[in-house]
Structure formats: structure tokens, C-alpha cells
Design a protein around this ligand. Structure first.
Ligand SMILES: [Zn+2]
Length: 420
């Protein structure tokens, strides 16, 4: 009888092959799996090589993690700043294009309507941007723009732009960026801008097609904003979740660990801790686990890797350095602005086949730049250091350096405070 049962299972597994998800560790039918970018799409994941991609993640984890793990990291104030600053380095001086905006938080003092809030953003030349929408559930407080799903569907809100630059290039860059950020919202302009160039004139009405002087809602918003515009100070509230990157780092380590060591990583003691860290409900639970790493806010302790910060920071790109420290393998991530995050990927390396970890004894580096449309790696750490110190030129790195458009070629912003 037991023999028969086993053979039925065997037959079933042949007809319905199963696979174990590296994030939830559940066995599921193979058709419930989808392509997961170990490094998130919004930070250039689609440009990355196969090392940063896996099909060993179930669709459910892929969706949940995209929204709440990668999302919490990417939509945090810190990473939003990084993304905006990074993209400004790749502006094309001869063609205005949309870039991400700076997120400044929630305006607590504006007399918004019952149940609404007003978020404040800033354009590339300091343009003032206000976005009214319904207040979301508390868990979205630390997400720039709030509830991602509601903003896309039910409640895209109403967005207003006040130009600050008298320069056409910057005004168009701001207008295109405003449209990109608030694609589904009702978009209105608060201040006039003089754009005389005939080739740009047809673009503007499309960018602000929803301005309507007869709309009482818009008239009310404009009255509220007139007061805000006359005040030059910025008084916003930026809620920050102390451990906004904790789950993200656990997920990154699980992904990279699986790519290097295969399923043994997920089965290891440390892999199990990482999985608990990914699904821990809060930072207190996560702190009780045996996970080693430091997030963007750091823990104040200087480490060897921190000393290397100036060499591993690449303006315009995120760098990921995978490095073997004794019996541990760690990932050191540096943001384009030079903030460092670290996470131990695996412990007890001696329990894995030598060949798996050997490649990382010198340190291997990957560079990822979404606005620069580049992905490079793996490069040996000593090679990157030699390039940074000017001892030798690594052609691919030189190419990336050259790809950043010279910011000195951009026109002056000629900013002026917006009129009331
Ligand atoms: Zn899963």
C-alpha cells in the first residue's frame, strides 16, 4: 500500500513538477513561479546580468516583496533622494527629458480637506510641487506618494506645479518630470512660464491638460496653495521607518546566496535566519535574529568596508561588492551618493564546496546605473581600486565615467521665487 502511495506521488510530481521558493521556502507547482529581479527594477534590475535574476521565487512572494520589501526601500525618503540626485547627473544638455523628483514629505500645516493630505515634491530647478490625495493607512506613511496601488487606480489625486526657473530647458524638464511622476493625477500649473520656442509650444497643453478654471475643487486648492507659495520656508514632515531597509537586505542576501551556493544556502542555519528576517513583522523581531548587517542609517561603528567607501562609491551608479571575510561572505552596497549598506550573505563558508566561495576572496564588484543605462560586473575589487587610484585604466569603467553628461554644459537655472 505504501509502495503504491509513493508511486502515485512520483507520478503526480512528474505531471505537476514542483519547486521550492527561496523566499517563503514552500514547495509550489512550477507554473506559480515568475522571474524575480534580485536587484530591484526601479534601481536598474532589468539591466543586470543573469547573476541578479532568478526563477526560484513564487509569484506571490514576487508581488508581496515588490510592493512591501523593495517598495519600502525604494519609496523611502533616503532612496528617493538618491534616485533624483543620480538621474540629474545624466541630464542631456541638448534635450529636456523627464527625471525623478525630490520627495520632501507631507505639508502638515496646509488646511487640506477632511481626510486628505498634501505631499510636497521638488523639481530639478527647485520647482514647488504639491500633491493632494486621501490619507492612506498608517503602513504607507513612510512611502513617498503613499499607497502605491491607490495612487495608480482609485485615488491618483491632484497635483500642482509652480515653476521657479525662467529658463526654457529647466521649465520643460520640470514639466515633463511632473507629468511622469503624476501620470494619472489631475495636473495643473500654478504659475505662468514663458516658453517661446515654437518646437516646445505644442508639448505644454498636453502636460497640463486638466487645468479647469470652472472646477471648484481646483479653485479651493489654489487658494490653499497661494498661501503656501507666499511662504518661502519648507515645513514638511518626513516619516522615517528606522529599519526601512532591513527586510530588503535580507531578501538581497537570500537572492545572492542562492545564486552562489544553490539550494544549500536556503537550507543552512544562516539562510533560515535571513528568511525569518525577511518575514519578521518589525525591526524588534529582526534584531533578535542572528543576522549580521548594517542599514543605511548605520550603527555608528567604523568597519574596514566603511574605510573603503570612497573607492566603492561610484557617482551615478549603485555598486554591490561581494566579499569573503574569513568564514563569511558579505554584500556591501554603496548608493550613488555614498551611503553604505552591508549584509552577511552566508556564514560557515567551510561547509560549502571551496569552489563556490573562492571567487570572492578578492572581492567582486558590480555597478548598476538605471539613468546611465549601464551594468558592469563582476570586476575584481583590486582592479577597481587601481582604476580609482589612477594606477591603471579599466576601459569599461572609463566608458561609464564618460557616459555621464557634463553638468557644466547644462543651462543656468536662473531661479526666481514663484509669484503669488
Ligand atoms: Zn514564495
Amino acid at each position: 500500500m505504501s509502495f503504491q502511495l509513493r508511486s502515485e506521488e512520483c507520478i503526480l510530481s512528474e505531471i505537476f513538477p514542483k519547486r521550492r521558493c527561496i523566499y517563503c521556502f514552500q514547495e509550489k507547482p512550477i507554473e506559480e513561479f515568475s522571474l524575480e529581479h534580485i536587484w530591484p527594477d526601479a534601481l536598474g534590475g532589468a539591466l543586470c546580468g543573469d547573476f541578479f535574476k532568478t526563477r526560484e521565487v513564487c509569484e506571490k512572494c514576487n508581488n508581496v516583496c515588490g510592493l512591501f520589501v523593495d517598495g519600502a526601500f525604494i519609496k523611502s525618503w533616503f532612496v528617493q533622494m538618491e534616485i533624483a540626485n543620480q538621474s540629474y547627473q545624466f541630464l542631456n544638455p541638448s534635450k529636456p527629458t523627464a527625471v525623478p523628483l525630490h520627495y520632501l514629505g507631507v505639508e502638515p500645516s496646509l488646511p487640506t480637506e477632511e481626510g486628505e493630505i498634501c505631499e510636497r515634491w521638488q523639481g530639478p530647478a527647485g520647482e514647488r510641487i504639491y500633491h493632494f490625495h486621501l490619507a492612506d493607512e498608517e503602513r504607507w506613511d513612510t512611502f513617498a506618494g503613499g499607497d502605491t496601488i491607490r495612487r495608480k487606480k482609485k485615488d491618483p489625486g491632484r497635483a500642482y506645479l509652480a515653476f521657479t526657473s525662467s529658463n526654457e530647458y529647466w521649465s520643460l524638464t520640470a514639466a515633463l518630470s511632473f507629468k511622469q511622476q503624476f501620470a494619472r493625477a489631475k495636473r495643473c500649473v500654478l504659475t505662468e512660464v514663458a516658453i517661446d520656442d515654437p518646437k516646445f509650444a505644442p508639448i505644454l497643453p498636453v502636460l497640463f491638460s486638466q487645468g479647469d478654471p470652472a472646477d471648484p475643487q481646483q479653485a479651493r486648492d489654489k487658494r490653499v496653495l497661494a498661501h503656501a507659495l507666499s511662504n518661502n520656508g519648507v515645513h514638511t514632515r518626513i516619516p522615517v521607518q528606522a529599519d526601512f531597509d532591513g527586510r530588503f537586505l535580507c531578501k538581497l542576501a537570500l537572492g545572492i546566496g542562492h545564486r552562489i551556493f544553490g539550494k544549500r544556502h536556503g537550507e543552512s542555519r544562516y539562510g533560515t535566519e535571513l528568511r525569518k528576517g525577511l518575514w519578521a513583522r518589525n525591526s524588534r523581531e529582526r534584531r533578535e535574529l542572528r543576522i549580521r548587517g548594517t542599514g543605511m542609517l548605520g550603527d555608528g561603528r567604523a568597519t574596514v568596508a566603511q574605510e573603503l567607501r570612497e573607492f566603492l562609491t561610484w557617482p551615478g551608479a549603485w555598486t554591490i561588492c561581494i566579499w569573503n571575510h574569513g568564514d563569511r561572505l558579505a554584500a556591501h552596497v554603496h548608493s550613488p551618493g555614498g551611503t553604505k549598506l552591508s549584509i552577511v550573505i552566508a556564514e560557515e563558508l567551510s561547509s560549502y564546496p571551496v569552489i563556490d566561495a573562492a571567487d570572492y576572496r578578492e572581492g567582486q564588484i558590480y555597478l548598476i546605473s538605471l539613468p546611465g543605462e549601464s551594468f558592469v560586473g563582476p570586476l575584481a575589487l583590486p582592479e577597481v581600486l587601481a582604476h580609482k587610484l589612477g594606477n591603471r585604466v579599466v576601459p569599461i569603467l572609463r566608458e561609464i565615467e564618460m557616459s555621464r553628461d557634463n553638468m557644466s554644459l547644462l543651462p543656468p537655472k536662473k531661479t526666481s521665487p514663484p509669484a503669488d
